[in-house]
Each structure stands twice: as C-alpha cells, then as structure tokens.
Ligand binder design. Structure first.
Ligand code: SF4
Length: 294
C-alpha cells in the first residue's frame, strides 16, 4: 500500500506569512492581540495560536482601545480598516499581497468607468473585502446567476483567489457575450491553480483520495469537489480522527492533499495514521505503506 502526498499540500505562502505575522504580533503587539475572524480555518491550529496568547473575534465592535488587531490574509474593506484605526487599535495587516493586488485592480477598474463584477462567494471574507473597495460591486457565484445578468456596454471582472478554474473559464466565455467591452483580470492565485491541478492529477491516479482541511475552508472544499469529480472515493476530513478504515477496502494507493490553510502537522498526523493502518493490516494490500510524491 502506497501513500502519495501532493507536493503542494498545506499552507500556501500567504497563509504561512499571515501566521508568522500574527505570532509576532501576539508576542510584541500592544495590549492583547486579537485576530478579526479566524486566522485560518483549522480548529486545532486556532487552539495552538490561542495558547500563544492570541484571541479571535468576529465582531469588531467588541475590540477595545489599546489592543492589537490582526487583519488576516483575506483582507478587509477600507471601512473596516478606518473603523479600527479610529478606535485606537494597533493594526497589524497580514492581508496577502495577492489579495491587495485585487483591491488595487477593482479600484482602477472603477476609476476607468467599468462596472465591476467579482466572481466568487459573496459571503466569503475575501470577497466582502474586495467588494468594500468599490461602490456598486456585482458579485456572482454561479453560471445561472451570470445568465440572468443584463447586457453591459463595458464590464470589468476579477475573481476570488480560490475560484475553481473551470468555473472561471465558463464564466468568462459567458460574459464575453454579455459585454461589448470586457476587461478581465484572472486573479486566481497561483497557489490555488497549482493545488487544483495537482489534486485532479493525483485523484485520477489513486484508489482513494483524502482531502485534509477545515470544512469551512473555501479552498479545501474546492479541492474536494475537484477530487470527487474524478474519483468517487474522495473524502474531505479535518483530522485523522474522521478516517474510516473501511474507505480503503481493496485500495493499493491512497492520495493525500490539503487546503492552503491546513498546517503541516495536521497532514503529518493523517499520513502517520494511514501508515499505522497499513501496518496493522487494516488494508487489503497490507504492510507496504510508504509516503511518496513529496
Ligand atoms: S491562496 Fe494565494 S492569495 Fe490566498 S493567501 Fe494563499 S498565496 Fe495569498
């Protein structure tokens, strides 16, 4: 039995950077360090960060003057930033530079007179942050919603950094028929593209595929959907505790990948547990359980 782990599995550059910035802020920031929203979508990593002295709040009004507030990699709308500043909080901005580039792009499109359409989930914090940079954003998350849009004389388009590439392709083809002048920025992050491509490839080569990461993590969920579309035996798990040994019945190769917000130690726990299962003879191909592909 072999275990193949995707090379790109786990933290992307932007999340790694945000965690490092937040840990530094917890040590050296003014007062107590609060992160606005979960820094990453992983309960156990959140517990680890809490043990380092950081806390997490959803409601910015609950923050008190004299403390530090960390803006996570998703970024925020300028209104949020200004509110925190006016409240006298020390702001530590861990917004991913790639997300900041989208803020600049939508601002520029608006200045150039383009109505701006954002492809992505309107409830996702990254999309809300991007939308907050312009006056009348149009946010669309499905081809059905796109079909219903009116015709535009000109239209500017950006997308959530974790958008599914297939959806992006189809959406842009459709929009080309909706607008006389279309200006599209493909703002899907390279980290996302690489993870999605590797997941598709790996899922098509293995018997069973595990996708590790928070159930509320947008990018992990997309990896799961991609994997499931090519391999019926795909499972989205947050930790090794959710693994059911019966999933591996008759399997010879198991693939593992993980979302951009999944810490390495969570992936290692899953891989170690799979090794143990193999050694314990819980798989039909018992015994030989080796990590490969990373
Ligand atoms: S997925 Fe890309 S945009 Fe998002 S935090 Fe990671 S590096 Fe930044």
């Amino acid at each position: 039995m072999k275990i193949r782990v995707a090379k790109s599995a786990g933290f992307c550059w932007g999340v790694k950077r945000a965690v490092n910035i937040a840990v530094e802020a917890a040590k050296k920031g003014k007062g107590k360090a609060y992160c606005l929203g979960e820094l990453i979508h992983n309960k156990r990593e959140i517990e680890r960060l809490k043990a380092l002295g950081m806390d997490f709040v959803e409601d910015m009004e609950a923050l008190e003057t004299g403390n530090t507030v960390i803006i996570r990699s998703h970024g925020v709308a300028p209104q949020v930033f200004n509110y925190l500043k006016e409240k006298g909080l020390e702001i530590v901005d861990a917004t991913c530079p790639f997300v900041k580039e989208i803020h600049d792009k939508v601002t520029k499109l608006e200045k150039e007179g383009y109505p701006v359409l954002i492809l992505g989930n309107p409830k996702h914090p990254e999309v809300r942050g991007i939308a907050g940079h312009i006056k009348d954003p149009i946010i669309v998350n499905s081809l059905e919603e796109l079909e219903e849009l009116p015709q535009f004389s000109k239209l500017g388009v950006v997308c959530q950094t974790t958008l599914n590439m297939d959806f992006f392709r189809k959406a842009v083809s459709l929009l080309a028929l909706k607008a006389k002048e279309l200006k599209v920025y493909n703002t899907i992050c390279k980290a996302t593209t690489v993870r999605q491509k590797e997941t598709r490839e790996l899922a098509s080569q293995v018997d069973v595929m595990l996708i590790v990461g928070g159930k509320n993590s947008s990018n992990t969920t997309k990896l799961y959907q991609i994997s499931k579309s090519v391999n019926e035996r795909s499972y989205h798990i947050e930790s090794k505790e959710e693994i059911d040994p019966s999933w591996f019945e008759g399997a010879e190769v198991v693939g593992v990948t993980a979302g951009a917000s999944t810490p390495q130690w969570v992936i290692d726990e899953v891989v170690d547990y799979l090794r143990l299962l193999g050694e314990g003879g819980n798989w039909s191909g018992r015994g030989v359980c080796q990590a490969a592909g990373r």
